[in-house]
Design a protein around this ligand. Structure first.
Ligand SMILES: [Zn+2]
Length: 154
């Protein structure tokens, strides 16, 4: 790791740094993780940082919180190139690449208004992740583009 990279990921004491988010997607990453200013998490977001790999990238740092594997999985839907750094006492103790999950539950809203998962009944949305999008497991509706627009807002 270069000094520059080390500097960027080691500024928080304990928490998670999500690096290599495609430029402009940081706020969608926060939305998909259900993180906002009201949750009390200390956040810092860097947007459109020059990146060799991505052209421009975003970086999100969440103080005092380590992402769960389930949270890392859903990240892959909108940030497939992201890397996750778990920081403790200013040191990166774990580094993960995101992996696409087979199924995401309760994260996205089905665009089909007749779908059982969009009714008032307590049915959590459930989408199978495919190579080119996600498919509702109740009504087979496929979402290919603009996944962040379908993120469930609590
Ligand atoms: Zn559906």
């Amino acid at each position: 790791m270069t000094d520059d990279q080390q500097l960027r990921v080691s500024k928080i004491k304990n928490g998670t740094v999500i690096d290599h988010i495609a430029g402009g997607q940081a706020l969608n990453v926060l939305a998909i993780l259900g993180i906002d200013g009201g949750s009390g998490d200390a956040l810092s977001v860097a947007m459109n940082v020059p990146s060799d790999r991505l052209g421009k990238k975003d970086i999100v740092k969440i103080e005092g919180r380590e992402l769960s594997q389930a949270e890392v999985d859903v990240l892959s839907l909108i940030a497939p190139a992201a890397s996750i750094n778990i920081v403790r006492e200013y040191d990166v103790v774990e580094k993960h690449r995101v992996e696409r999950p087979e199924v995401v539950e309760g994260v996205l809203e089905c665009p089909n208004h007749n779908c059982i998962s969009t009714k008032d009944e307590p049915v959590e949305s459930r989408f199978a992740v495919t190579d080119d999008g996600v498919r509702c497991e109740y009504c087979e509706t496929i979402i290919r583009d603009d996944l962040p627009a379908h993120i469930l807002v609590e």
